[in-house]
Ligand binder design. Structure first.
Ligand code: SF4
Length: 438
């Protein structure tokens, strides 16, 4: 029997979609009955009081959560977000309601044993309520008390070998797609690179020293399953620099209706008889495909959008000289509106043999510049906008490239530096090309 009356929240259960209100009520009910005989380490009526405080917020038109100081675990500057209720007498079950961010496994690969172990910890020491997953990708444990934080941290790290994620002005938990573990389009091993950089940058992940948050995301191909281009300050997107491989017999089989397009997925519409002109040629954004009984691609014009490959995956394959592009500066609309990442490095090899050193050099150059120039609570995308793309390119130590230019300049005045006119930029480009075998 619910402790609080929640007429406003109850309305949220009436729509066609699953409701978090029903989930919280279910957990409140389970705790009241406690059929499993759990020795709950936080107040049993935590989910019930959560409903109560939320109803009160809806009634009052203002939040009843407050940030009451820093909480965390020993040695870490992030991973726990402190939250307190400003009505603790009325809702003692949520007097503390801290969020714990738990690093997700690469590509969100779990086994059921790990999920059960996570839930065992959280039923015992927290509210039992989770957010699978938060925007950064973390497993988010919603609501526990201060005394439980070290206990949870110990059990996660010692029993399950799982770390806390990032929060605050630090490197947030890096996120990657499934990559080579399942996907034939993967241009590099995104999981390996994500793991390597996560281990390399443990200090940046756990000890906030940046002007603001910073996110890495790794998409192994331009399909962008983790949407790195829109959601990360530095995105690593798989690409190739040679030609799309074409199997003309398979193309003919698509045209003849022997192979279903789009890998047999309807994508919400009836494809009817496959029309290669309409479905592929006309939809190529750079108009570099033609079909006259034989499919031809002008590869130097291809922008790697993946549309033709997604539509005819048995006939077209990514190239063989693969690597990734690095883009910088995406962010959500906190201050200046949303922003996509800008191309910083058109192509770089993803080379495990040198421990990804070329990539790490760029990462550290970018960080050094942003930590020097960035204002407090300024995302790197905003620093870029304020100081200009050229400043970032210089700081990153990568050569100037026409593909970094979004549009031609509006005025004819160009300010050359001495090193630009004596061939300095040419030396830079040649040096970069030699290093990355372009
Ligand atoms: Fe055209 Fe995109 Fe295919 Fe490239 S990947 S050929 S741009 S449809």
């Amino acid at each position: 029997m619910a402790k609080h009356k929640t007429p406003l929240l109850d309305q949220l259960e009436s729509g066609p979609w699953p409701s978090f209100v029903s989930d919280v009520k279910q957990e409140a009910d389970a705790r009241a009955k406690n059929e499993k005989g759990i020795d709950y380490q936080i107040p049993v009526d935590c989910p019930d009081d959560l409903l109560g405080v939320l109803e009160m917020s809806y009634t009052d038109g203002e939040t009843h959560w407050k940030h009451g100081g820093i909480v965390g675990v020993f040695g870490y500057g992030g991973g726990v977000i402190g939250r307190y209720c400003d009505q603790p007498e009325m809702f003692p079950g949520v007097a503390h309601f801290h969020t714990v961010r738990v690093a997700q496994p690469n590509g969100k690969w779990y086994n059921t044993q790990l999920l059960r172990s996570l839930m065992d910890i959280w039923e015992l020491r927290g509210s039992g309520l989770t957010n699978m997953h938060g925007a950064t990708g973390d497993i988010v444990f919603l609501g526990t008390t201060t005394p439980q934080l070290e206990e949870i941290f110990w059990e996660l790290t010692h029993d399950l070998d799982i770390d806390l994620g990032g929060s605050g002005s630090n490197l947030r938990t890096p996120a990657t797609c499934l990559g080579m573990s399942r996907c034939e389009y993967a241009c590099y091993d995104s999981q390996e690179l994500c793991y390597n950089l996560t281990m390399e940058y443990q200090d940046e992940l756990h000890r906030p020293a940046f002007p603001y948050k910073f996110k890495f995301k790794f998409d192994a191909c331009p399909n962008g399953c983790v949407a790195a281009i829109a959601r990360s300050d530095l995105s690593f997107i798989g690409t190739w620099k040679d030609e799309i491989r074409i199997d003309q017999e398979a193309v003919a089989a698509y045209v003849g209706g022997e192979i279903a397009p789009n890998a047999g997925a309807h994508a919400g519409r009836d494809w009817g008889k496959f029309d290669i002109q309409k479905e592929v040629v006309d939809l190529c954004p750079s108009k570099c495909i033609s079909y006259d009984g034989k499919l031809t691609i002008d590869n130097k014009e291809c922008v790697r959008c993946m549309h033709c490959i997604n539509t005819m995956p048995k006939a077209l394959r990514i190239g063989q000289e693969t690597g990734c592009s690095i883009l910088c500066g995406a962010k959500a609309p906190i201050l200046d509106g949303p922003q996509m990442g800008s191309l910083l490095v058109p192509f770089i090899e993803v080379n495990k043999d040198d421990d990804y050193q070329a990539i790490k050099d760029i990462v550290e150059n970018v960080w050094d510049w942003w930590m020097e120039e960035g204002k407090n609570r300024e995302r790197i995308g905003e620093t870029m906008k304020r100081l200009g793309m050229a400043a970032l390119v210089n700081a990153a130590g990568v050569p100037v490239d026409a593909r970094q230019v979004q549009e031609p300049r509006h005025n004819p005045y160009i300010f050359w530096k001495a090193e630009d006119v004596d061939g300095g930029w040419e030396r830079d480009i040649n040096d970069f090309r030699t290093r990355h075998q372009r």
